[in-house]
Design a protein around this ligand. Sequence first.
Ligand SMILES: C[S@@+](CC[C@H](N)C(=O)[O-])C[C@H]1O[C@@H](n2cnc3c(N)ncnc32)[C@H](O)[C@@H]1O
Length: 258
Amino acid sequence: MAFWALGGTVGYYSNRGLRPVETTLLERYRAALGGRVLELGCGAGRVTSHLCKGSDAVFALDIARQMVVECQRVCPEARVFEGDLRDLSRFGSGSLDAVFGTFNVLDMLGDGERGRVLDQIRRILRPDGLLIFSSHNRGYAARLGTPFRLLVGDPRQPLRSLARLPMRLGNRRRMRWLERSETDYAILNDAAHDFAVVHYYISRDSQERQLGGHGFELVQCLDLEGRVVPCGAMAADCPELSYVARRVGPATLDVVVH
Ligand SMILES: C[S@@+](CC[C@H](N)C(=O)[O-])C[C@H]1O[C@@H](n2cnc3c(N)ncnc32)[C@H](O)[C@@H]1O
């Protein structure tokens, strides 16, 4: 989490480009996204700027001050907060129509934290509200390549790869001990940001079960091109899957502790 709080990637995420699946999601779920929407880990406002075009109210949250400043600059109509998505207590119960978390923002969390965040998202969504997010696909993990090949970098850019090798080796040495493989998920130190972070990987069906365990029903799972990934499919050629989940069950009441 310390890596993200530094906000060093603000340039990397400062653009307005949408991936095909994000365009599909914004169009297909326009009605739910037209209400009160919270974007988690908004970054520099890449998706926030599109949410603002059609929503009654957009709230956005990011842990990095530089990201918050940039997001607020490009999206003056949004309310952008600096904060940790592991604490959603500033948002009232049932106060939102949709929560959006694209580009794998929930994958920065461990398994226990992820479950607790899903519970908090359920609390702040109205009954039938939507959670739309993406996550690294465990079905793709076998294609990530060996750490050695990844560390060597891109053979088409040998000088750039060589220059980054010491940093990559240092990050890999520091982060690899966090890797683990469990029945329902894996934590992997992939090549993103030169191995400086670990990510949560989960298969489509495990994600559906996890959502069910936290009071959500899966509406749809899509690959990066916006194609439906059906139950049982691995989508082994797709590194990231997007999920649309509906909050089910009764409304949550705020419990006031005296
Ligand atoms: C992969 S980037 C995605 C940025 C943006 N959603 C986009 O798609 O362009 C992840 C973002 O999540 C933010 N982030 C990471 N951990 C966070 C946390 N615990 N709470 C809030 N934001 C966090 C990072 O600062 C970063 O801006």
